[in-house]
Write a protein that binds this ligand. Sequence first.
Ligand code: KG4
Ligand code: ZN
Length: 333
Amino acid sequence: MRTILGIESSCDETAAAVVVDGRLVLSSLVASQHETHAPYGGVVPELAARAHVDRIDTLINDALVAADVKAHDLSAVAVTMGPGLAGALLVGMAAAKGLCVAADLPLVGVNHLEAHVFANVIDFDDFQPPAVVLLVSGGHTLLAHMREDYTFELLGETLDDAVGEAYDKIARFVGLGYPGGPLIDKLAAQGDPKALKFPRAMLRDGYDFSFSGLKTAVVARVKRAQASGEVIAAEDLAASFQQAVVDVLITKTMRAASDIAVKKIALAGGVAANSWLREQLTAVCVEKGFECFVPSLALCGDNAAMVTAAADRRVQRQDFDSLDLPANPSLSL
Ligand code: KG4
Ligand code: ZN
């Protein structure tokens, strides 16, 4: 039995979890910093690092207590080593290494992007690669081929804004608040997705994405309406923007799955919590005969359970990192 403590601090959530064999979640705690960053409309790196410092020790302790596990009974400590904010990552890495020294435990550094995908491993008994993975979050938007051996081949990624970033920037522009994704999701449910025409950038070109043009188009459309006195319902704006995003994400994901002849599609990342994306992707997969994996809401956003799941195979092989493992803010898949 492998009992792994996971630690996550790459962005604006401090998280700790205790998980057995990469799947059985004994505890999973997430302390969000949304209130800290909301006045600024986005994550302020210095504030994020400080908030992680304030919370991480208590959170780790609480996760162990909630799981009824003592530190010296752990098999390993898994920690997010990148990508993410440098200062924020260092807080989690330092906490993980400190615990490894204090309780004589091995360390596993985990790629945050891969960890998001492993939410599906926790949630589904029957999730096994090969699969095409659509990873959508505040910092990343990418399509990948998850091979049978659980390694990844990057197929495409955003050339500019991440999807979540586009949601957050538009929400800030229309004065909705931060983070904007869930707020736009809610508004869009009451709106008409065909009310306004927005571009579907690069729909037919390869597997890369571009969302900054869409963001600019939304902002320009609102300004034009304001100048002419036209009233646009916020619900219609949200729904039309969201439809443009979902159309592009789903079209490219389905094309990638057909091209590489993979029958499974897995969604991951903070934007995987989007209700319209979840519903539409599931519907298209059913229609076209693909198996669709959509993680539970608790495992979409940043959390530490997914970090332990991503580390489990390495713990099984006793493939550990040394305690001088550096954080890597620009680590890729
Ligand atoms: O994965 P995550 O927690 O952090 C990163 O690694 O980036 O993703 C956070 C992002 C934010 O941009 C947030 O607005 C977006 O996920 N998000 C959503 C929804 N819930 C969170 N976007 C659209 N619809 C949602 N329901
Ligand atoms: Zn994330």
